[in-house]
Ligand binder design. Structure first.
Ligand SMILES: [Zn+2]
Length: 651
C-alpha cells in the first residue's frame, strides 16, 4: 500500500506518495482521487463511487501535464462540509482546523487556535465553528448546484491532453530503421558513424524508442546525441544506468559532447538538484528519487533496459513513474542489446514504459496470445514462447524500435574496436584495495627509499604489486560475468582473459550454465586443444584463458568479443589476447572490452595501467584508427612507470 502524507503549505495541500509494493500509482492519480473525495458531495457523487467516476471519465489516460491541470482545477472547486461548517461560504474549496488564533470573519470575535476553521475561499479566512459563533444563529442548508459544477468540470476534462489511444505503424519509420545513413543538423565532438546518425534520426522522429543495437555498436553515443539535441532546445535529459556504469557514462558524455553540463545523483537521499543539461542516476536508486525527478525532464534515457523487465520491481516502477511525466513531445529511449523479437515477452515491460504497449498492440493479453504463444501448463501461464516474430519485428520497427547487428553495419565498423568499461567498485572492496595499496607503498618506500621505482623489476616488488591487481581482479568478477552474460544473451560466444587463478575460478563458477572451457597454466597441450575444439564447435559458449597460457597460438575466431577481465600487464599481452579472435582472414569486427576498476577519488592501478597503455593515442569507442600504435608502451618499463607514478602520488 502507499503512504500518503499531507504537507501544509498555506495554499494547496500537496500529497506525497512513497512508492509501494503494489501496482504503479502515480502521485497525480492519488492527488486527483484525494481532491475528488473532498469534493464528492458538491459534485453530487457518493464517496464510494469515486473510482467509478474516475474510470468513466478515463482520467488514467491523462498525460502528466493534463493531470496537473486537472489537479489545479479541482483545488478551487467547493468542498464537502459537515453540519457545523455549513454556514461557511458555498465557494469554500478547503476547510482545515486553524493553526493560529485569528478573528472570525462573521462576528469579529477571537478564534482560539485549534477551535476555529480556516477556509480557502479565494483567500484564506478564519471562521468560528458554528456553535461558537455569535453571528451564526441558524445553520444554513447545504445547497449545492452540483449539475453546473460537474458540467463545467466535464468540459474542462474533455479538453485536457491525453495519451494517444492508438499509435499507427509508420512506413517512414520502418525505412529509417533499416537506413544505412541519415543526415542530422548537428554532430558530436567525436563524429557519429553513418548508421548511428540513422539511429538518432529515428529516435528524434519516433519520440518513444527502443534502441536495441547489439552490443559494441555504440548505443551510448547515440543516446548522448539525443541528449545533445534536447539540450539545444534548452531542455533537460535524465539518464538512468546501472550504478557501476556511472563513471563510464560521465566519461562518454565528456568525450562525445564536452559542452553538455552533466551531473550525477548518488545515493538514496534526495537533495536539491543543480541546473544542468543532463542528470545521471543509478537505476538502483531511481525509485527513491522518482517523485522529485518527475516533471523535470523532457528526455528520459534508460541504459541496460533489460534490467527493468520485471514489471513489479522497484526500479521498473521508478522508471515508469518518471517516464509517465515526460511530455508527449519529449523523448523516452530505452537501450538494450538483448531485446530481440525472438523473445517477445521481454518487450512487455519496455513497451509499457515507453507507452507503446496498448496504443500499438491493443493490450497485454493480445500481445501474449499473438506473439508469446500464451499457454497454461498445469494452471500456470507460460509466456516464454515466440510466434509471429516477423510480424512483431515489422510492427516494432514501424513504431518504436531500431535494432542493427554487426553484420548490418559491417562496412562502417573498424575491424578491431576497443571499448573500455569502467566499473565502480563497492565501498567495501575499494577500502580493501586502498588499504593494501597503502601497505604496499609504505613497504616499498621503507625498503628502497625515494628511488624505489628503480627496483620495480625485483621479484619481491612485482609479487606484492601483483597482489594489488589480484584484489581488483577479484572485485571485478561479478561485473565481468554480468557483462559476459549480456553478450551471451545476444547469442554471442565470449572469450575472457585473466591472470589470477581466483579470478578465473570465480568467473567459471558464475558462467558455468553457458558451458565454460578454461585454458590456464598446467593444462596439457592435448587438453588445451580439446578445450579449443569444444569452444570452436559452439559446445562451450565461454572460453576463459590465462594471458600467459592462452595468449598465443590459439585460434578462437568463432567469437567476436574478447573481455579483458584483468587489465593486460603489458601491451603485448593485451594485443595477443585481442588477436585470439581477430586473426588473419577474419571478416567480422572484433570488440575488445577492457574492464577497468575505477574510483573517482584517486586512480586505481587499473586506471594507471590503462593510461600508460594508451598514452600515445586517444582510443575512442567510436573509432579505433591506429589502435595498434596505442599499444606501444614499453613492456619492460611498465612496472617501473606505474610504481613511479604511485610513489609520486603517495609522497
Ligand atoms: Zn464567529
Amino acid at each position: 500500500m502507499f503512504h500518503v502524507e499531507h504537507l501544509w503549505t498555506g495554499a494547496i495541500v500537496f500529497v506525497e506518495v512513497v512508492m509501494a509494493d503494489t501496482a504503479i500509482v502515480t502521485k497525480q492519480q492519488v492527488q486527483i482521487k484525494t481532491l475528488l473525495s473532498a469534493r464528492a458531495m458538491p459534485l453530487g457523487i457518493a464517496e464510494q463511487d469515486i473510482d467509478e467516476w474516475i474510470e468513466s471519465r478515463k482520467l488514467d489516460e491523462l498525460t502528466f501535464n493534463g493531470a496537473y491541470d486537472l489537479i489545479n482545477y479541482l483545488t478551487v472547486l467547493p468542498v464537502s462540509r459537515t453540519q457545523s461548517q455549513a454556514h461557511l461560504p458555498l465557494t469554500a474549496s478547503s476547510i482545515l482546523t486553524n493553526k493560529k488564533r485569528g478573528t472570525c470573519e462573521l462576528c469579529n470575535q477571537d478564534v482560539p487556535a485549534g477551535l476555529g476553521l480556516y477556509v480557502f475561499n479565494g483567500v484564506w479566512q478564519t471562521y468560528h465553528n458554528s456553535e461558537d459563533c455569535s453571528a451564526v444563529t441558524e445553520v444554513y442548508e447545504l445547497v449545492w448546484n452540483s449539475a453546473v459544477i460537474v458540467h463545467d468540470l466535464d468540459v474542462f476534462i474533455s479538453l485536457l491532453p491525453r495519451m494517444p489511444k492508438t499509435v499507427p505503424t509508420d512506413p517512414e519509420l520502418l525505412e529509417l530503421s533499416r537506413a544505412e545513413d541519415a543526415e542530422l543538423p548537428f554532430d558530436l565532438a567525436l563524429p557519429l558513424l553513418p548508421y548511428q546518425r540513422a539511429g538518432v534520426k529515428y529516435a528524434l522522429k519516433a519520440r518513444r524508442v527502443l534502441l536495441c543495437d547489439s552490443m559494441g555498436l555504440g548505443k551510448s553515443c547515440q543516446a548522448i546525441a539525443i541528449a545533445y539535441d534536447t539540450a539545444m532546445r534548452k531542455e533537460r535529459t535524465l539518464i538512468v544506468v546501472p550504478p557501476h556504469l556511472l563513471p563510464q557514462w560521465e566519461k562518454e558524455c565528456k568525450r562525445f559532447a564536452p559542452t553538455l553540463k552533466v551531473i550525477t545523483l548518488r545515493g538514496r537521499k534526495r537533495h536539491a538538484i543543480r541546473k544542468s543539461d543532463v542528470v545521471l542516476i543509478g537505476d538502483s536508486v531511481i525509485n527513491h528519487w522518482a517523485i522529485q525527478l518527475a516533471g523535470m525532464f523532457n528526455t528520459l534515457i534508460v541504459d541496460e533496459a533489460h534490467s527493468i523487465k520485471n514489471e513489479q520491481s522497484q526500479r521498473t516502477r521508478g522508471v515508469q513513474y518518471v517516464a509517465n511525466s515526460i511530455p508527449e513531445k519529449g523523448i523516452v529511449c530505452l537501450m538494450s542489446g538483448t531485446l530481440t523479437p525472438n523473445r517477445p515477452s521481454e518487450f512487455l515491460s519496455a513497451l509499457r514504459i515507453i507507452g507503446r504497449l496498448n496504443p500499438v498492440f491493443g493490450n497485454r493479453r493480445h500481445f501474449l496470445h499473438r506473439y508469446c504463444d500464451y499457454q497454461t501448463v498445469n494452471g500456470f501461464p507460460v509466456i516464454s514462447g515466440a510466434i509471429n516474430t516477423t510480424e512483431l519485428n515489422t510492427i516494432l520497427r514501424s513504431t518504436c524500435m531500431v535494432r542493427r547487428n554487426k553484420d548490418d553495419v559491417l562496412k562502417d565498423l573498424p575491424l578491431k574496436r576497443r571499448a573500455q568499461v569502467d566499473i565502480e567498485l563497492s565501498d567495501a572492496d575499494m577500502r580493501v584495495y586502498r588499504k593494501a595499496e597503502e601497505d604496499f607503498l609504505t613497504w616499498v618506500f621503507n625498503t628502497y627509499g625515494e628511488q624505489a621505482w628503480r627496483n620495480a623489476s625485483k621479484a619481491e616488488v612485482l609479487t606484492r604489486m601483483n597482489k594489488l591487481r589480484e584484489i581488483l581482479g577479484i572485485a571485478k568478477i561479478k561485473a565481468v560475468a554480468d557483462h559476459a552474460k549480456s553478450l551471451l544473451a545476444e547469442d554471442e560466444q565470449v572469450v575472457i582473459f585473466a591472470y589470477h587463478r581466483k579470478v578465473i575460478e570465480g568467473l567459471k563458477e558464475l558462467l558455468k550454465d553457458y558451458g565454460v572451457v578454461v585454458v590456464a597454466g598446467g593444462v596439457t597441450p592435448e587438453k588445451k586443444q580439446e578445450n579449443v575444439d569444444r569452444f570452436m564447435s559452439g559446445e562451450a559458449k565461454v572460453f576463459i584463458g590465462q594471458y600467459l597460457s592462452a595468449g598465443t597460438g590459439l585460434n578462437l575466431t568463432c567469437a567476436n568479443h574478447v573481455i579483458l577481465a584483468e587489465t593486460a600487464w603489458s601491451p603485448a599481452h593485451g594485443q595477443q589476447a585481442e588477436d585470439r579472435c581477430h586473426r588473419y582472414g577474419t571478416t567480422k569486427p572484433t570488440v575488445a572490452w577492457w574492464i577497468t576498476a575505477t574510483d573517482t577519488n584517486a586512480p586505481t592501478i587499473d586506471m594507471r595501467m590503462w593510461t600508460v597503455l594508451n598514452h600515445k593515442a586517444e582510443v575512442t569507442s567510436a573509432t579505433l584508427d591506429g589502435w595498434a600504435e596505442s599499444l606501444n608502451a614499453d613492456a619492460s618499463s611498465m612496472s617501473a612507470l606505474l610504481l613511479k607514478e604511485m610513489l609520486d602520488d603517495f609522497k
